[in-house]
Design a protein around this ligand. Sequence first.
Ligand code: ZN
Length: 609
Amino acid sequence: MKKPSQKKQSAIDYTIVPKDLAGHLFNVTVTVANPDPDGQVFALPAWIPGSYMIREFARNIVRIRAESGEGEARVVALTKLDKHAWRAAPTAGPLTLHYEVYAWDLSVRAAHLDQTHGFFNGTSVFLRVLGQETLAHRVDIQRPLDPSAKTWRVATAMPEAGARRYGFGVYAAANYDELIDHPVEMGDFELATFEAHGVAHDIVITGRVPNLDMARLQADLKAICETQIAFFEPETRRAPLGRYVFMTMAVGDGYGGLEHRASTALICARADLPSLATPKAAEPSEGYLRFLGLCSHEYFHTWNVKRIKPAVFAPYDLQAENYTPLLWLFEGFTSYYDDLMLVRAGIIGEATYLKLQAKTIGGVLRGSGRLKQSVADSSFDAWSKYYRQDENSPNAIISYYTKGSLIALAFDLTIRARTNGARSLDDIMLALWERYGRDFYNGAGRGVTEQEVEALFDEVSGLKLKSMFERYVRGTDDLPLAKLYAPLGVKLSDERKGGKVSLDAGIGRDPLGAKLTQVHEGGAAHQAGLSALDVVIAIDGLRVNGNPPNVDTLLARYRVGDRVTVHAFRRDELMAFDVTLQADRVPCIALSQAVAGRKSAAIKRPSAV
Ligand code: ZN
């Protein structure tokens, strides 16, 4: 049999139309000029890189059909292969899929569409054409017909291929991996642009934010971006991108970000953004600092995880979990540097920085899970544990973000101390960048294995650091931070008040009293038999109520060792518990400069290189 004549195809072509704003539906088509002669398979990713959880985005495909031929289109049968994939019956000519995607997930991970704006990640809307992922991919982003969208613009770091900047029209990506790494925002957003070492950076803000102080945001982000670019490329100050977009959805209450190769999608509380109505303080407010820390974090990922990557992410397997024991390095070290970059950029001072660090240390010491799960295991099991936390998580797991950032601190302080300041963690990051990151998208892309990471730490520092990996990365030992801080004149203390008593449980709101959100292992509540999700209605015969519940006020009249009866509902059964009150075990860490005027070396570049 003669093979059908094949037209040379240069690209996979998509169109995406925000079709029904009120119904939250995108209409998407994908056209394949040379479908697989045995039947072309299409699949939507099961997860989005950067957020390590199986999300089954294909569940939001509402309708799907296939046709072939130009002009007189012929219906092509589609067979569902599994929850993510379809196979089209063999066809000779070009094959087009038409499908509808329901987009009503207000997060940075999926897609969202209504009369105010549209947002999508490619992982939610662009079916992958199996076997043709390395071809160029084009997408025609069309303006909704709805009159409310007449003034809408488009923001994305995806290169234009016919569209004007911020316009609807055709955009292009070199391959499928790039296509899904440029989220797209459309709407009447606020827009500002600044240059950081010669590269244009857009700030895109969606959502109503009265009196947004865009000038302050621009100045602060410029300082953060320039500091990070100069950190990774101290000589050339060359950013590894032509352009960058911070796309932000401002809402009443929310927090989150997802990193991409040339942009980040963020969600934040409106109140965290700077306002023209507030007097300008020297340092950012707590909320604004949280937002800048988030921006700094996602921007640092431009190097650390979007280019320096774990070997199993190069390439990603988009249909299943990608297990790596290295998220402590990619998320934890990014968490260490996100705040550090705020100091180096001059946005916060050392006192504020030490406060942030003290908070992280207290958080890590809080749960007994830290003694059971290593950060290597926490990384590996992120898919089923860190990303799927429940009431028992503090007793069972450790965060590779927070403990990972303390491991970075411990390595930094250790390397500085043992090399007399000649080397630091900065040198490790730069070596990772030079060897694995800089040329990742220039064809030389290869990820780093855990063995290579460990060898690189020793080689670059000139030290033997194996025992630190054994104890703190693969083991569950607490980090000796007080000892490591001491030579810098920084004193670490736990300022727990001895007299305060507590149930040692998380207290949440409930119409009947107080719901125990978590019960900490070994604490007073646990020892008395109380359980997470129990609703406490009385302590020693006195009613628990209020919003937030008055548990602390009631307990304030008791001493350590006092016994009280606690009444609680479990399901719909009233139960009584005999509780012996214990001293509050929540760590209250403080870091203070013991020697006035002495600068914490962790904040500065090493003086000798
Ligand atoms: Zn991150």
